[in-house]
Design a protein. Sequence first.
Length: 116
Amino acid sequence: MSQSFFRTTRSLIILGLAMWGSTALADPNIKIISPADGATVNAGESLLVTYEIIPNQGGDHSHIYVNGKEAGILRKKKGSYSLDPLPAGTHAICLKVVNKGHAAIGQETCIKVTRN
């Protein structure tokens, strides 16, 4: 077989894996309802994060993170969590479903917010 055939096949496989990966990360069972992705939040105010989670198999509860650092544990499947006021700048807020041993099971979602 020709070299171009192998290059084309390899490119299609890589593209397929990339597309599959992005679809796998977009889990509809874990949502940050508010604030909206890209929202601007007020200075000096705590931030109420409203969420809804349907854990995948093996999921027990969730953790909330701000900029990669754990900010709290979410025991309810649906509710809200109050974060301390954020410093100025852009911040990533993420929810990760974890098992009973607090290990992430790969089910997560993130948004970004900006505080003036």
